[in-house]
Design a protein around this ligand. Sequence first.
Ligand SMILES: Cc1cc2nc3c(=O)[nH]c(=O)nc-3n(C[C@H](O)[C@H](O)[C@H](O)COP(=O)(O)OP(=O)(O)OC[C@H]3O[C@@H](n4cnc5c(N)ncnc54)[C@H](O)[C@@H]3O)c2cc1C
Length: 378
Amino acid sequence: MDFSFNEREELLKKSIAEFAQREIAPLVDKLEEEGFDPQLIPKLAQMGILGLITPPKYGGNEMGHVAKTIVMEEIAKVCPGVGLTLEGHFVCTYLIQTFGSEEQKGKYLPLLTSGKSLGSLAVTEPSGGSDVAGIQTIAKKDGDHYILTGRKCFISNSHIAKVHAVLAKTGEGPRNLAVFIVENSFPGFSLGRKEKKMGLRGATTGEIVFNKCHVPEKNLVGREGDGVKQVLATINRAGRPGMAAVALGICYASLREGTRFAKERVLYGKPISQLQAIQFLLAEIYTQAEGARLLTYRAASLLDQDQPADIEATLAKYTACEAAFKCARWAADIYGGYSVIKGYPIEQLFRDAWVTIPSSGTAQVAKMVLGRHVLKNL
Ligand SMILES: Cc1cc2nc3c(=O)[nH]c(=O)nc-3n(C[C@H](O)[C@H](O)[C@H](O)COP(=O)(O)OP(=O)(O)OC[C@H]3O[C@@H](n4cnc5c(N)ncnc54)[C@H](O)[C@@H]3O)c2cc1C
């Protein structure tokens, strides 16, 4: 098993790190205040970032899941919120390209890869996110349209995306669910609250409201009843690997900031990096980051080989998000009192790390999946 990057991947990592420094780093304070800045979309598209997992036939470059992980990690090292924005986009893209009709792919994927629109996947509702089959949004067939009524919350890219993949009920019964591609211009589509999150504030997260929203029948993805299967596959193969990559970026940003501060902060006439207690904290951060890295890239590599990766992606997401929180906490320890002052990068990383944990499924749900896997297969 070889986890080193090839030449093309090394080059990608370097060019994305430079891009993130040049285009995103100067905006971090603004993104923290205002959420994602749509002016970044054409720049992300120009770098080929929005089409990383999409075939060239639909405007993508299909560099694959390892490449997507590299890109999201490098961007998250500079602004994890922009990483979450990409995650919201990729889950929409993945769902349409995997389960959509040729007509849907031909119409929507070029919009998504070219940056004419970002995408979102709208599943969660105020009634609960973990119970995917328990959603309340209804889609009623009416001639050659479906009429959607309901409310989605916590949706990444809610107020930015023009194309949304939306899960709704087409009848009674927990399995009677379907995904619809909904454009923000459809009659009855509106936006609700934009959330003020504690972290990952560089991503816009909010509510989408369907008030008798008219969706053409041809925008039904697959068939009625396919919704849960499509959404769970998308969360497993794009959502969780994406959040693992964002968390990984936070792990290494914590290592970078902790190390920098340890070398600069002088106590007792010498840098605190010379104190063994501080070296141990750095060792803990490094250990967590490297462990999360192996799991995250293993999942991405399996996806590139079209191998089953649901368990590996869940393991990566759970481990990397928990690691991000530990890494940010230990880096905050190194900062002492400065860790709580706004303007010091570790304060933001600490908040960002916590927000990765419920995104794309909570830690408890991940553990439930992993526990069942252990009991059944090991
Ligand atoms: C920053 C951010 C971005 C997000 N982006 C999106 C998005 O783009 N699209 C989208 O659809 N959703 C999105 N979400 C929503 C996210 O998927 C949900 O928050 C998550 O699934 C949990 O749902 P909930 O918050 O309603 O908690 P609930 O489902 O109400 O869970 C409450 C508690 O019960 C626990 N629990 C639930 N079920 C079980 C179980 N079976 N066994 C043990 N414990 C259980 C949970 O772990 C949690 O502790 C986002 C969330 C965040 C924070």
